[in-house]
Design a protein around this ligand. Structure first.
Ligand code: CO
Length: 145
């Protein structure tokens, strides 16, 4: 029987694939299984079975000679993950988290953040953008030993 933790993991994995496929498509205009394998650090056979699963669920289609592309419902999920990614990454980077850590943390948090939390994070980042002197004070504090 599938536990809640297991289905959350499955959902996170699904979101990672859709996010990667969307981004690769934006970057290259073409997505192959080996691109996904490189991007996600996953073995090719695992990619093939996940891609088949995503196609079965209606999130992507294979196009002859053109690799794969997301369907509108796949794009909708991908855009939602990418939006979460941007908001989280923007805020924690602003607070001085180093880029490598910010990336790894964002990749984790993006799957679990509640919409209302995300909305507050976004507003806070917006506030910092509009009030850089306040962010500067906070940074002075954060950088103090
Ligand atoms: Co992400």
């Amino acid at each position: 029987m599938a536990t809640i933790a297991q289905s959350r993991r499955d959902l996170s994995r699904l979101e990672d694939y859709l996010e990667a496929i969307y981004n690769l498509h934006e970057e290259k205009g073409y997505v192959s299984a080996s691109d996904i394998s490189d991007r996600l650090g996953v073995k090719p056979p695992t990619v093939s079975s996940m891609v088949a699963n995503l196609a079965k669920k209606g999130y992507l289609e294979h196009e002859r000679y053109r690799g794969m592309r997301l369907t509108p419902s796949g794009e909708k999920v991908a855009r939602s993950v990418i939006k979460r990614h941007q908001v989280i990454s923007d805020l924690i980077t602003m607070l001085g988290v180093d880029p490598q850590t910010a990336y790894v943390d964002t990749e984790g948090i993006e799957h679990h953040v509640h919409p209302s939390t995300l909305q507050r994070m976004e507003k806070l980042a917006e506030y910092f953008h509009e009030n850089p002197h306040i962010l500067e004070k906070i940074m002075d504090y954060l950088n103090r030993d």
